[in-house]
Write a protein that binds this ligand. Structure first.
Ligand code: G3P
Length: 220
């Protein structure tokens, strides 16, 4: 299973890349709004930091606008994937991008049927939003499970990317549900590293080591 970082923050991305666990990055207009500057410059730098897929989201509502924005992003770096929201125009744009050889990530998916349509249109990545479904008292992980089953059963040429991940348990459940990728906020990635017993175990080993050294020194 691949892990992407769901962030446009270059410091976070640099840190996570150093940990050796980042297979790609997803950005969206909200994440970009938190860092500001030039979206193009941010995307170019992220693409320099990782050779994995980097999602850049279009904001136009009309097909021509989506195509213009997506073609522009695709020229920034070879690993750019154009992110397009699920809609009638979005499907048309995804299908046109596929004809042009531009990879796409269909975002804002909330049902297996939407994911199936995005796969049919030619999206390489299908992004169901787990946390936002949980927020409205639905079981977000069911969409991941159903869509992963559909992709595998019918050998569709798309990967299921679990998005809107809010906590480490979501990552475990997405992996078990068959997601090919999960995209994580930096905070969740960091939470996955730590465990209270790991942290207290390290502290205990250090203390025992220091005591043994002190006793050895005292004996001369
Ligand atoms: O990748 C999409 C994700 O960023 C949305 O997450 O927490 O805003 O629902 P959230």
């Amino acid at each position: 299973m691949k892990l992407f970082l769901d962030s446009a923050d270059l410091d976070e991305i640099r840190t996570a890349v150093r940990w050796g666990v980042v297979d790609g990055v997803t950005t969206n207009p909200s994440l970009y709004a938190r860092v500001g500057g030039s979206y193009d410059d941010v995307l170019r730098e992220i693409c320099r930091l990782t050779s994995g897929p980097v999602s850049a989201e279009v904001v136009a509502d009309d097909v021509d606008g989506m195509l213009d924005e997506g073609r522009h992003f695709a020229k920034l770096a070879p690993n750019i994937v154009v992110k397009v929201a699920m809609s009638e125009n979005g499907l048309e744009a995804i299908s046109r991008f596929a004809e042009e050889g531009i990879r796409t990530n269909c975002t804002l998916i909330f049902s297996a049927n939407q994911g199936l349509l995005a796969a049919k249109a030619g999206a390489s990545l299908l992004s169901p939003f787990v946390g936002r479904l949980d927020d409205i008292n639905e079981e977000g992980m069911n969409v991941i499970r159903e869509l992963a089953d559909i992709v595998n059963l019918h050998e569709l040429d798309s990967e299921v990317l679990a998005a809107s991940i809010r906590h480490p348990r979501h990552v475990t459940d997405a992996a078990l549900a068959g997601a090919h990728v999960a995209t994580l906020p930096f905070k969740v990635l960091r939470q996955m590293i730590h465990h209270p017993l790991t942290d207290s175990g390290i502290a205990q080993f250090k203390a025992d080591w220091a005591q043994a050294r002190a006793e050895a020194a005292a004996k001369g």
